[in-house]
Write a protein that binds this ligand. Structure first.
Ligand code: GLN
Length: 546
């Protein structure tokens, strides 16, 4: 049975609880333990799939097709452990399961209450897979004291009490504000946050305190005394230059030792060579390239979190620093794109939904095709590259996507991208209707693609069969395949039955690839995704030309 580490937060949100959890996972792995990380989100949406990126940042998709919180991306990037559907849960999902059970009559006439029915459902979720790993790390979203979070806090309190002593510990992340006028780090908000936690029956074993600088001995002792933790379990989490420094920095502060001590486990020496190499590649880069992400949600970097990280990993693979710029495509929807795009060594058009800003992205694809600038199109970015090819090269002037016609409520385009209503998953056929619910009805999760021998992508991947994660409702229509291949756009990756285009590439271009899936979701700092590594390499080569 796994040992459980519950990670909670206080004082303010956005302290990097997800990263701290991921770093603890990585540090435990470095000591030879197996880990799994899990996120419990108090909001009432069943999953973040239907939320706007402005609300919640990127939706991270798992191999088994769950639409989850972006923190699961951090977990995967730091531990390399593929997340599953059962690693992300929200109040909405817990409540809908409880209500389904109630309708079925599973509760045998009982009155359904938060305690015990909702908390039992949460505990059931915590148990899943507990026999597979040494440590299960469970992060509770939000901050202590939030109304929606209460059932989760109650459930983890009960859970620790249900288990044998010493099987569960609590780690609490807070902020120590620095008051410049008095030159002091303030411990009071942390004291209050711990008091709040203790009032619901949870006493933290490890306190991780975010601060701009180091925590002086006096403040550390004060925190230990007032929050009832050992002084060596008060861990300073200082602001760092890059997130990939976090495991090494937290190790230096003694976080992994404090966690193991809380379980009464002696500490062995960790093997941190993986993180030392990552650090070396970031801080000893031998050049830089400028890459633009041309998208719609550019004000909110979290919307394309994994894309940005994957580009950084691609830089690490080539030992260069990647400077990422966010370019809003709407700005040049109706004007010339060139002034906005010139000077970048490569351009990436990421996934997205809806028509807004797409004309600008189509222009970005055209700019890259004509000027031989490396282009990576992901999901919508691939669909738009196909539309560009159809309009401007294959001379199908009114080519477009059904997605935009649906949105506008009128038929304006020849749909080279259509609404996919039936596809094969494993050994069954998935069927969808136009008026299906929005939640969970996309083509989601890992699917296999076959790559054409001799294509650029086959060379990049070093194989002709790959498996990548998907999240889309629309699909490039094979009806136009011949027409597009005749003008040089090769359909170099297809679903195993040949019905769904997975990859397109321009034959006479140094690097122009569009993929229907999301390669960014599988990239890791210590294992950069081959497409991103190759894309950044192409950007470096292009930078030598300009
Ligand atoms: N909106 C497009 C579709 O549903 C692309 C989705 C995406 O980029 N993730 O197919």
């Amino acid at each position: 049975m796994a040992r459980y580490i519950f990670i909670t937060g206080g004082v303010v949100s956005s302290l990097g609880k997800g990263l701290a959890s991921a770093a603890v996972g990585a540090l435990l792995q470095a000591r030879g333990y197996s880990v799994r990380l899990r996120k419990l989100d108090p909001y009432l949406n069943v999953d973040p799939g239907t939320m706007s990126p402005f609300e919640h940042g990127e939706v991270f998709v798992t191999d088994d097709g769950a639409e989850t919180d972006l923190d699961l991306g951090h977990y995967e990037r730091f531990t390399g452990v593929a997340a599953r559907n059962t690693d992300s849960v929200s109040s909405g999902r817990i409540y809908s399961t409880v209500l389904e059970k109630e309708r079925r009559g599973d509760y045998l006439g009982k009155t359904i209450q938060v305690i015990p029915h909702v908390t039992d459902q949460i505990k059931e979720f915590l148990d899943v897979g507990g026999d597979e790993v040494d440590f299960m790390l469970c992060e509770i979203g939000g901050t202590v004291g939030d109304i929606e979070g209460l059932p989760f806090f109650e459930a983890i309190r009960q859970y620790a009490n249900d288990k044998p002593r010493g099987q569960c510990i609590f780690m609490h992340l807070t902020l120590l504000p620095y008051i410049a006028a008095s030159g002091e780090l303030k411990t009071k908000p942390t004291q209050h946050s711990v008091k709040e936690l203790r009032s619901i029956g949870i006493a933290p074993d490890v306190l991780v305190c975010r601060s701009e600088g180091p925590i002086p001995k006096k403040e550390r002792e004060k925190l230990a005394l007032f929050c009832n933790v050992r002084p060596d379990s008060v861990i300073a989490a200082q602001d760092l230059k890059t997130i990939y420094e976090v495991p090494l920095a937290y190790h230096r502060e003694g976080l992994d030792t404090a966690v193991l001590n809380a379980f009464g486990m002696g500490s062995t020496e960790p093997d941190l060579s993986r993180w030392e190499d990552v650090y070396d590649r970031i801080f000893n880069a031998e050049g830089e390239v400028n890459i633009a992400i041309v998208g719609k949600y550019t004000q909110l970097e979290d919307a394309y979190k994994s894309v940005k990280e994957a580009l950084i990993h691609g830089g690490m693979a080539n030992r260069v620093k990647v400077n990422v710029d966010w370019v809003d495509s709407e700005v040049f929807d109706t004007t010339d794109a060139a002034p906005h795009l010139e000077g970048y060594h490569a351009i990436l058009v990421p996934g997205g939904f809806g028509e807004r800003g797409t004309e600008g992205k189509i222009k970005a694809a055209q700019f890259c095709r004509e000027r031989k600038v490396p282009y990576m199109g992901i999901c919508l970015g691939m669909q738009l590259a196909v539309i560009e090819a159809a309009r401007n090269v294959a001379k199908l002037a009114d080519a477009g996507s059904e997605e935009f016609d649906h949105e506008a409520g009128e038929k304006r385009f020849t749909p080279v991208v259509y609404h996919l209503k039936e596809w094969v998953q494993g050994n069954h056929t998935v069927k969808r209707k136009s008026d299906d619910d929005k939640g969970g009805t996309l083509r989601l999760g890992a699917y296999t693609a076959h790559l054409a021998e001799g294509s650029k992508v086959a060379e990049i991947y070093g194989t002709t069969e790959i498996e990548e994660r998907h999240r889309h409702r629309y699909e490039v229509d094979t009806k136009f395949r011949q027409q597009l291949e005749d003008v040089g756009l090769q359909f170099s990756g297809m679903s195993p039955d040949g019905s769904l285009p997975e990859i397109v590439e321009w034959k006479d271009h140094p690097w122009f690839i569009g993929v229907q899936y999301h390669p960014e979701l599988k990239s890791k700092p210590f294992e950069p995704h081959p497409l991103f590594a190759s894309f950044v390499k192409a950007a470096i080569e292009n930078s030598r030309l300009v």
